[in-house]
Design a protein around this ligand. Structure first.
Ligand SMILES: [Zn+2]
Ligand SMILES: [Zn+2]
Length: 256
């Protein structure tokens, strides 16, 4: 009798507050525990931090202090930090957040970013999120990084300055030569004012793959006068050697 009562009560709570009731990893009922990340104990164990990482881009690496890309290429940001490797459960969660309209995950995922900022003692003046093109955002209905940036800004009282934009170059890429397209991709982001001038800027993104998004964001911010740029992403894909990395063009066109 008591179990049935609890079950029904649970059903009512789930119906009233769907976003606080179940683990975002496995869907198991959560009561009062683990509300900061909305993950049950079992799922929390399935998300592990990066142990060996590149000191520049923060990706998991087995190449020593710096990954092959950071050794060879010009990197505009000071440093990028990632909370987790992009695999297993966190990959499943982030996919649901981005593509299955689980917007309410933002406040839980933001907790991981907040932890990282505190743990690494990241000092910045303002933060911003990687923008989407207008048409891309219309398609998806929301910018997943924007929601997370808002949460972090509120919790840590770091101003969120949304003055960087992404050019809508997808259709204009058609018919262009490879080098023209690459140049377009490298200059995908721009600012309209000098609002970032003299500031240390933290860029929020969800996944760090080859790094071209973060690098191009940093390039645009520095161009507009920012003092320095630090990146922070929830996940990072393991660093590979240069041949395996593919072109930054693929990254910027496919990964957003
Ligand atoms: Zn779970
Ligand atoms: Zn690196």
């Amino acid at each position: 009798m008591k179990t049935a009562l609890v079950k029904n009560l649970r059903k009512i709570i789930n119906w009233l507050f769907p976003e606080d009731a179940v683990c975002i990893g496995c869907g198991k009922d959560l009561f009062v525990e683990n509300k900061r990340y909305c993950l049950c104990d079992d799922c929390q164990k399935l998300i592990t931090p990066i142990t060996t990482r590149c000191l520049k881009c923060g990706r998991p690496t087995e190449y020593g202090e710096y990954c092959p890309t950071c050794t060879k290429e010009k990197i505009y940001f000071e440093r990028n930090y990632s909370c987790f490797a992009y695999d297993g459960l966190i990959r499943k969660i982030i996919t649901a957040y981005k593509f299955n309209n689980k917007r309410y995950y933002a406040k839980y995922l933001a907790s991981f970013y907040v932890d990282k900022i505190i743990e690494e003692n990241i000092g910045v003046d303002v933060l911003t999120a990687v923008p989407m093109t207008k048409s891309h955002q219309r398609e998806r209905g929301y910018n997943q990084c924007d929601f997370i940036a808002n949460e972090i800004s509120e919790r840590l009282s770091i101003p969120y300055v949304k003055e960087i934009y992404k050019k809508s170059d997808r259709t204009r890429q058609l018919g262009k030569s490879y080098s023209e397209r690459k140049k377009n991709a490298d200059n995908a982001y721009y600012t309209k004012s000098n609002v970032y001038e003299g500031l240390r800027v933290l860029v929020i993104d969800d996944i760090y793959t080859t790094g071209s998004t973060m690098n191009n964001m940093a390039k645009a911010l520095l161009k507009s006068g920012a003092k320095s740029v630090i990146g922070l992403t929830l996940c990072a894909v393991k660093a590979r050697n240069s041949k395996e990395e593919g072109s930054s063009l693929n990254d910027i066109l496919l990964d957003s």
